[in-house]
Design a protein around this ligand. Structure first.
Ligand SMILES: Nc1ncnc2c1ncn2[C@@H]1O[C@H](COP(=O)(O)OP(=O)(O)OP(=O)(O)O)[C@@H](O)[C@H]1O
Ligand SMILES: O=C(O)[C@@H](O)C(=O)CO
Length: 423
């Protein structure tokens, strides 16, 4: 394996796996697999990039550091020459969150003195200018993300936000330098070392900026960012003759299907409304679930009764409903209970023969996929930006799409089910 990624959630992992597998147009990418938590076995020999998906985004910094270092050790054991720490393109974390501690711990383990921090993903509307993160034409803190159920992002100044999490001073390579190209970026990263700045925000507003950053950091042992930071990396390995420039290919999977949505993002709620017009949907009554009056069996029964019609089950609610439930039962308790619900439902569904599963939301995907114990997932073609087809081989093969909350077009769910079937 050439390149290893430590990803802080499961949808984010498949997002960057997609970028690596796809590569740049006309160039090809790396043969990529996604692993669920730190594997106990060796990776298949033909894999060029491996993404270890952790569920560490919302956990305490010390736990996230320990899990990320374990993932690093496994990736190093597989021969990786370069490591990427993947977090959310909207920098989802709290002021005492773990992006800073994990990035600094990985930097220390790899003896890296200045490390790129670049959550930009222009293809999904996330850009960074003068250290400030935008979602399309809005500052992060006015984009809806300020109401996220677990990590409300109330400050768009990533330098300031990260400084609250990090031990060392945080630097900035601003866009006027980035646009001058890889040499200038590399020179400024070097200057940051003199200033003792370990983590350095690097502005990016276009894919070309990201490719330039990738070139500047071609020999860096560690980069950090959203999936965009990986855009230029396959090309470095292909240009060096180390990788062939593979194209993502997997066979589709026929069989019964289900969509499970736990994300409360505006995009996911819009996709649910779109799906509702043509397909059966079940809204989970979260209050009933919290009181123990509804459970996974209700979901399994609904899906099986609607097999073949693209049934969708969702807990997703509007911010005011989410807040009311969190005030009543506690944020952690609701999240934990819903994770358990989706995990139990997924186990029940797969036991009953479901073979195509689309899941919306990183925490939700983490809960489901961990419960299914799937091993390595082969990364196939892209469904919508940031969401690839994933296939788990094994006794009961299954095809998956793990959709980040904010990703996908309005018709995503039906389209994803069709793509999982090979359409
Ligand atoms: N009706 C609800 N009330 C309160 N919390 C909810 C409700 N529905 C879902 N949640 C919680 O909201 C969180 C959604 O997080 P999740 O990571 O799945 O989605 P997301 O943050 O939109 O996606 P991503 O991480 O991919 O951007 C979960 O912890 C889930 O348990
Ligand atoms: O970077 C993103 O926006 C996504 O891959 C993600 O991590 C959302 O959970």
């Amino acid at each position: 394996m050439l390149l290893g990624v430590v990803a802080d959630d499961f949808t984010g992992a498949s997002d960057i796996a997609n970028t690596l597998a796809k590569g740049l147009a006309g160039q090809g990418g790396l043969k990529t697999a996604q692993f669920l938590n730190v594997p106990s076995l060796k990776a298949p020999a033909d894999i060029e990039a491996g993404v270890v998906a952790l569920k560490s985004r919302s956990i305490a910094a010390a736990d996230a550091v320990a899990q990320s270092l374990a993932a690093l050790r496994w990736l190093q054991d597989q021969g990786c020459r370069q490591i990427v720490f993947k977090y959310c393109s909207t920098f989802d974390s709290t002021p005492d969150g773990n992006i800073g501690p994990v990035a600094e711990a990985l930097a220390a383990a790899l003896d890296q003195k200045s490390v790129v921090v670049c959550p930009a993903f222009p293809g999904a509307g996330r850009t960074i200018y003068q250290g400030h993160l935008f979602v399309h034409d809005r500052l992060l803190s006015e984009s809806g993300l300020e109401k996220h159920p677990l990590n409300p992002m109330t400050d768009p100044d990533i330098r300031r936000w990260l400084a609250r999490q990090a031990k060392h001073p945080v630097g900035l390579v601003a866009w006027p330098s980035v646009r001058q190209g890889p040499e200038r970026i590399a020179a400024e990263l070097q200057q940051a070392v003199q200033r003792g700045q370990r983590l350095v925000i690097v502005d990016a507003i276009t894919d070309d900026d990201l490719v330039a950053i990738g070139r500047a950091a071609a020999t860096a042992l560690l980069l950090t960012g959203g999936s965009g930071i990986a855009l230029g990396l396959p090309g470095n390995f292909i240009a060096a003759g180390l990788a062939k420039g593979a194209r993502p290919q997997v066979a589709g999977m026929s069989g019964p299907e289900a969509v499970l949505a736990g994300s409360c993002s505006g995009a996911t709620r819009g996709q649910i409304e779109h799906h509702r017009r043509r397909h059966p949907v079940l809204a989970i009554d979260v209050d009933k679930v919290m009181r123990g009056a509804s459970g996974a069996n209700d979901i399994v029964t609904f899906v099986l009764a609607n097999a073949g019609k693209a049934p969708l089950v969702y807990s997703s609610g509007a911010p005011e409903d989410v807040k009311a439930l969190q005030d009543r039962y506690g944020r952690e308790k609701v999240a934990h209970r819903l994770d358990r619900l989706f995990a139990d439902a997924a186990q029940g569904l797969v036991a009953k023969g479901i073979r195509r599963l689309v899941i919306a939301g990183g925490e939700t995907s983490g809960a489901v996929v961990s419960a299914l114990d799937l091993g390595a997932l082969t990364v196939g073609p892209e469904i919508d930006p940031g969401v690839p087809v994933l296939v788990a081989e094994g006794k009961s093969p299954i095809a998956l799409a793990l959709k980040s909350g904010n990703f996908g077009a309005s018709d995503f769910f039906a389209k994803a089910l069709a793509r999982l079937a090979g359409a």
